[in-house]
Design a binder for this molecule. Structure first.
Ligand code: MTE
Length: 367
């Protein structure tokens, strides 16, 4: 008998699901050891939502474009679907991915390795809509607002409910790969991933890719909203006085998908260590693996070519040690800009930007 897993409607489903980090609103991560293809299937793609998923009806839905523009626009979902479209592949990583590795523990959802995924996004370039509206010369940022609302979980909390709003610099907003997306991997967005429309800002941490997009406002002053001053911000000390700046581009990072934490391996056997590496603002150029907790490093091989803002899967064909014991594996990427991942977490990023090599401990059995 065919033992295909089935869902209630009788169609075959992917055998694994997501791991709950917070329920209500949905915060679910991919079991990263399930990493397989270059593209993450939608069913395995992490969900990070601050408020309950809004139910939006595409028939009545309107996207408003306002602020410092020559003509304000109100576009229907059908309008967007008939405009020139573009498809691009982009890795989204939540800025808090890997938080469980921080010591002492940091507040917030205790993401392991799975708040990251790589998908193919289709939509209208934001630049097309901005051109149609006509940006004023002194516009410096584009503010993107979602339909979801609520009171944030983390202190300091604002005095009442707020929506999810974030800005991106004008210079980034007008690049042709920034999308008002309606499809993920060739299918309409699911409600959790932003149906009917969401922003996709390739190369930036996931927080920039505003879901359930309802309003786009061109502004002539830097936007100081909650989600880029209080949350999703860091301390920049470069000018002498610490100031809050919004998180933006993803830092160079690599992760081991297999072996899993505390996996038990047989001695003196071939084992392919497998993972992925990504970056915003540069390309991933090299991958180095340590099999001895960072004392020495060997170079791994990429499975994917360079594709700006998409991850590169990599592997290293290992012969497991003959000596039984506990081994710490690490992966460290080098960027085309010659930078490598740092040794440790930079506290100026608080509970975000966990971009240092994350240790995976394994046990090798006695023969
Ligand atoms: N957009 C809205 N409107 N509300 C949100 O809570 N979460 C952001 C971003 N866009 C969020 C949002 C964060 S923090 C991330 S990491 C990504 O969406 C996650 O996108 P996904 O749930 O499709 O993986």
């Amino acid at each position: 008998m065919d033992m295909q897993p089935e869902n209630w409607s009788g169609t075959a489903v992917h055998p694994v699901g997501l791991v709950i980090r917070q329920k209500d609103p949905n915060n679910l991560e991919m079991p990263f050891d399930q990493l397989d293809g270059f593209i993450t299937p939608a069913e395995l793609f992490y969900i990070r939502s601050h408020f309950p998923t809004p139910q939006l009806d595409p028939a009545t839905y309107r996207l408003a474009i306002a602020g410092a523009v020559r003509s304000e626009l109100r576009l229907s979902y059908a309008d967007i679907r008939t405009m020139p479209s573009r498809t691009c592949i982009a890795t989204l990583e939540c800025a808090g991915n890997g938080r469980v590795f921080l010591s002492p523990p940091a507040p917030g959802a205790q993401w392991q390795l799975g708040a990251v995924g790589n998908a193919e996004w289709t939509g209208v370039p934001l630049s097309v809509v901005l051109e149609r509206a006509g940006l004023a010369d002194d516009v410096c940022e584009i503010v993107l607002e979602g339909a979801d609302r609520g009171i944030p979980k983390e202190e300091p909390k604002p005095p009442g409910p707020i929506s999810y709003v974030r800005s991106i610099p004008r210079t980034r907003a007008i690049e042709s790969d920034v999308l008002i997306a309606y499809q993920m991997n060739g299918r309409d967005l699911t409600p959790d991933h932003g149906y009917p429309l969401r922003a996709i800002v390739p190369g930036h941490y996931g927080m920039a890719s505003v879901k359930w997009l309802t309003s786009i406002v061109a502004t002539t002053r830097s936007f100081q909203g909650y989600w880029q001053t209080s949350d999703y911000a860091y301390w920049d000390n470069s000018a002498g006085t610490p100031i809050r700046r919004p998180l933006a581009e993803m830092k160079l990072k690599s992760q081991i998908a297999r072996p899993r934490m505390y996996e038990i391996l047989q001695p003196d056997r071939p084992y392919t260590i497998f993972g992925a590496a990504w970056a915003g603002g540069t390309d991933v150029a090299e991958i180095w693996i340590s099999l001895d907790g960072g004392a020495s490093w060997v170079q791994g091989d990429f499975l994917d070519p360079i594709n700006r803002n998409a991850w590169r899967r990599w592997k290293y064909d290992w012969i497991t040690p003959t000596r039984p014991g506990r081994y710490t594996l690490l992966a460290r990427a080098r960027g085309a800009d010659q930078r490598t991942q740092p040794d440790g977490h930079n506290p100026n990023f608080g509970s975000y930007v966990i971009d240092h090599p994350l240790p995976i401990e394994v046990f090798v059995n006695a023969p």
